[in-house]
Design a protein around this ligand. Structure first.
Ligand code: HEM
Length: 146
């Protein structure tokens, strides 16, 4: 077992938390519908875990890049580099959608309609977060196997 193996292992565990967490929280929110207080409590705890996982993904991802020998200055010039550019686009979309939901859309909705436990905007942003993270994971597998 090399250090690179361990970093990749941590990267994969963080990906399972980021992706699996989105699925779990969606199911929990659907189950707790009608109980906005409880949803808020669970969501707040979940957010801490999810953002930690995202930070770990970025840090271990940067180490993975150097471990597979891709130079940041020549991303467009190698097959690995081009796959990485696509993957990073998806990582950015996933993080941005989650950030808009966590820090802008959900707090505003909470203020405007404290008694409501469902919002279509939250579902759309959650869907974008999950799908783009799945895409990033698929690109990760392709990069690792090419
Ligand atoms: C939503 C965020 C992310 C998810 C879900 C994700 C997921 C994954 C997965 C599942 C793998 C496959 C590992 C394998 O098959 O062995 C992987 C590999 C990889 N990821 Fe990520 N990743 C994310 C973010 C990042 C970031 C931000 C970077 C770079 C800064 C990155 C760089 C890499 C690289 C270079 C590999 C290949 C490593 C190797 O072949 O040794 N990832 N990723």
């Amino acid at each position: 077992m090399t250090l690179a193996n361990f970093v990749l292992f941590v990267h994969i565990v963080a990906a399972t938390i980021w992706i699996g967490g989105q699925i779990t929280i969606a199911l929990v929110v659907a189950t707790l519908r009608g109980n906005p207080e409880l949803i808020r409590l669970v969501a707040r705890r979940f957010e801490r875990v999810a953002w930690t996982a995202y930070a770990v993904l970025v840090i271990t991802g940067i180490i993975n890049v150097s471990n597979i020998g891709v130079a940041w200055t020549q991303l467009g010039q190698t097959a690995h580099g081009r796959l990485l550019i696509d993957k990073l686009g998806l990582v950015l979309i996933s993080g941005l959608a989650a950030a808009i939901h966590s820090f802008i859309q959900a707090p505003r909705r909470r203020e405007a309609a404290p008694g409501r436990s469902f919002s279509a905007a939250s579902a759309v942003l959650g869907g974008i977060t999950l799908l783009s993270a799945l895409g990033a994971a698929l690109y990760g597998v392709v990069i690792a196997n090419s």
